[in-house]
Ligand binder design. Sequence first.
Ligand SMILES: NC(=O)c1ccc[n+]([C@@H]2O[C@H](COP(=O)([O-])OP(=O)(O)OC[C@H]3O[C@@H](n4cnc5c(N)ncnc54)[C@H](O)[C@@H]3O)[C@@H](O)[C@H]2O)c1
Length: 259
Amino acid sequence: MNFESLFRLDDQVAVVFGAGSGLGEVSARALAAHGAKVVCADIDLHQAERVAVELEQTACAVDITNEEQVRQVLNDTFERTGRIDVVVTTPGINVRKPILQYSAEEFNRVIAVNLRGTFNVLKEAGRIMSEQGRGSIIAFSSIRSQVVEPGQGVYAATKAGIVQMVKTLAAELGPRNVRVNAIAPGVVDTPLTAQIKENRQWHEAYANKSALGRWARADELAGPVVFLSSEASSFVTGTVLFVDGGWTAIDGRFQPPLP
Ligand SMILES: NC(=O)c1ccc[n+]([C@@H]2O[C@H](COP(=O)([O-])OP(=O)(O)OC[C@H]3O[C@@H](n4cnc5c(N)ncnc54)[C@H](O)[C@@H]3O)[C@@H](O)[C@H]2O)c1
């Protein structure tokens, strides 16, 4: 093993779903910086193109809730490049409301993007990678897969569901040399959490909850994505990498009066 190139992705092909914003954009930037050719896919083509143009990579429009569109993007990439080494999927939405006030439409909308959309990517990426006999798939879960607060019911259920799908696909595709992992961020400053940033008390309470006492910057997710994409994680599959500043390790509500 060449330790110097452990994290390099030269000549490899990566497809990033959700590359137009937040953690998907960071993933695309990080993978390209490590040598990968990156397809920046997003429902918002304008944003995907913004990122792709800057990185001198390619962009495409895709709605991950549409199985056919996901299959098309991956098939086109494979036909064009002859390989897909890494697939990252980040799209996720949240409607923060008590369960008693959740409408059926809101429930369906969150499930459609977070669970069904991630399922579509896992399935179609897994299909291509199992045929080629290698690859790494990274899905985005959350601390909400483990710990919750009022208003997170449906979102949390999808994030726990993603973990179980990731583990199952890892079990199914391990013999085909395909690795499947999840990243579970804590609170990260992206458009997804803009609603919280607007409320100073809410924002500070979240900062104080983690061991590091602050929010994550989006670019702090770059390292975990590159790690799980590269040879550096060649024996890591079916796992959940918490990138949460210690949020899930501590209860964080009380500072005991210690000497
Ligand atoms: N930001 C956080 O604090 C945080 C914390 C824990 C987990 N996460 C998870 O990380 C992931 C990424 O979050 P983010 O903060 O980057 O969000 P974001 O809102 O900044 O970016 C999401 C991107 O996905 C795209 N998208 C939305 N629906 C889509 C669809 N149907 N098909 C294709 N693209 C679609 C959007 O256009 C956008 O570019 C999510 O799954 C989220 O649940 C985020």
